[in-house]
Design a protein around this ligand. Structure first.
Ligand SMILES: Cc1ncc(COP(=O)(O)O)c(C=O)c1O
Length: 370
């Protein structure tokens, strides 16, 4: 699905030199590269505070801890996402409230979101799924009206731009009260291990978050709040600092690959290609099709039989997962997610795809479906 090796070969010199520097300095934790990467990312995202941490799941958890969410508080998020989003809600004994998504963009359905708000609701977690932003302008307006926090799960859309109706443009993850991301190796900005970060423009919240990531310490060995140990290590920061200048080019390469696929599939009546909302750019963390003739599973197998990697993101809705099942949920509220799990298929998507590979992949799909 990804080709991290070929990408590494192109940046090998700078990455190796940076890692060697960390090894020679022995500053493995909180070394200069962590601060430098943090500053570079603040600059890139045009956000006041980036708080690096150990992974994208921790980033979500720390954001919720930093906002002071308490057991019993309801947090609304989507039924169609990676489990990490709901996992941390459960872990903190908050109450997850899952809502359906839109059939075309796979992002949160605004009407379902509005319907899910109760007096106990404290936060909304929109997930910018597969690389494009949810409808943030509307979400922010709803949150203001009901006095709710907005935590953007931006693990999949770092680098995407969101345009407000007044023309203001903001980077994904910097729009809500707080945003989170993952630097898992296959992400658009991935390191060579685990990594994550939290973004905010709120000085007070940033201060709280910096304590929470570090055992609740604001002064060494004085623990003011219950915290966690969640650090981005210096080697990962060195890799990320080396890769960040390429992020826009990486997103462009993904967009180009997506355009090739979409053009190849454009006249096939059994395939729905990705739909991009007009308020967001798409950075194609995943290139995900909908196969509408009931042959998705057969196609999945056929491609694997032909050594073409592909994946079903996601095969089970969160409301139906053993860990998150709840009598509160009603199947009719998840009509779209229940449809998507049977239709979606994600194709190889990375910065090193060439048109020969893509031609072979798309022709194999077209031949099979017709
Ligand atoms: C939407 C979403 N949220 C959160 C995460 C968690 O990130 P990590 O794997 O770095 O913990 C992921 C990672 O795949 C993700 O896709």
């Amino acid at each position: 699905m990804v080709d991290l090796q070929s990408q590494y070969q192109k940046i090998k010199d700078v990455v190796n030199t940076s890692i060697e520097e960390v090894l020679n300095s022995s500053a493995y934790i909180n070394g200069p590269y962590v601060k430098e990467f943090q500053a570079d990312l603040e600059n890139y995202l045009n956000v006041k505070h980036v708080i690096p941490c150990a992974n994208g799941t921790d980033a979500l958890q720390i954001a919720m801890m930093g906002l002071g969410l308490e057991p019993g508080d309801e947090v609304i998020t989507v039924d169609f996402t990676f489990a990490a989003t709901v996992e941390v809600i459960g872990l903190l004994q908050l109450t997850p409230v899952l809502v359906d998504v839109e059939l075309d963009t796979f992002n949160i359905n605004i009407e379902a979101l509005k319907k899910a708000i109760t007096p106990k609701t404290k936060a909304i977690v929109p997930v910018h799924l597969f690389g494009q932003c949810a409808n943030m302008e509307t979400i922010i307006a709803i949150a203001k009206e009901h006095n709710l926090f907005v935590i953007e799960d931006n693990a999949q859309a770092i680098g995407a731009d969101y345009t407000f109706s007044d023309g203001t443009v903001k980077k994904a993850g910097t729009i809500g009260h707080v945003g989170t991301t993952s630097f898992f190796p296959s992400k658009n900005l991935g390191c060579y291990g685990d990594g994550g970060a939290i973004f905010t423009n709120d000085d007070e919240l940033a201060h709280t978050l910096r304590g929470v990531v570090n055992h609740g310490m604001y002064k060494r060995y004085y623990h003011d709040v219950v915290g966690v140990n969640s650090r981005l290590d210096s080697i990962q920061a060195a890799v990320l600092k080396a890769k960040l200048p390429n992020l826009d080019a990486y997103c462009d390469a993904r967009r180009k690959a997506a355009a090739f696929y979409s053009n190849a599939f454009k006249s096939d009546k059994n395939i729905v290609t990705p739909v991009i909302s007009d308020f967001t750019t798409h950075v194609f963390h995943q290139y995900t099709l909908r196969i509408t003739n009931g042959k998705r599973d057969a196609l999945h197998k056929h491609l694997l039989d032909n050594n073409i990697p592909n994946a079903i993101y996601y095969p089970v809705p969160l409301h139906a997962q053993k860990a998150y099942k709840d009598d509160r949920y009603n199947e009719k509220d998840f009509e779209v997610t229940n449809q998507l799990i049977n239709e979606v298929i994600s194709l190889p998507m990375h910065t090193e795809l060439d048109t020969e590979q893509q031609g072979f992949i798309s022709q194999t799909i077209l031949n099979f479906l017709n």
